[in-house]
Write a protein that binds this ligand. Structure first.
Ligand SMILES: [Zn+2]
Length: 81
């Protein structure tokens, strides 16, 4: 997981996974897939804070991705010039 504030964390898949091993069907698990809206990090955890973390909404995910792309463009430009 990243070092961002927990308020940026969202649950992408709660208590389970879609693994290639079972044909991408949902399989229940203790672990949830987390996503950070701020930096785009993804990780799996069964930590206690998952219970208090909201589900990731599609619109939120898209908006955050656009924002990261803009940030990356700025970063590249700053590096070049
Ligand atoms: Zn982050």
């Amino acid at each position: 997981m990243c070092q961002c504030d927990k308020k940026f964390f969202r649950v992408r898949v709660r208590r389970g996974n879609y693994s290639a091993f079972n044909g991408y069907k949902f399989t229940s698990s203790d672990y949830s897939a987390l996503h950070c809206l701020r930096c785009g990090d993804e990780w799996r955890t069964k930590a206690e804070y998952v219970r208090k973390t909201p589900d990731l909404r599609e619109a939120e995910y898209e908006a955050a991705r656009d924002l990261r792309q803009i940030n990356q463009i700025y970063y590249v430009q700053e590096t070049i010039y």
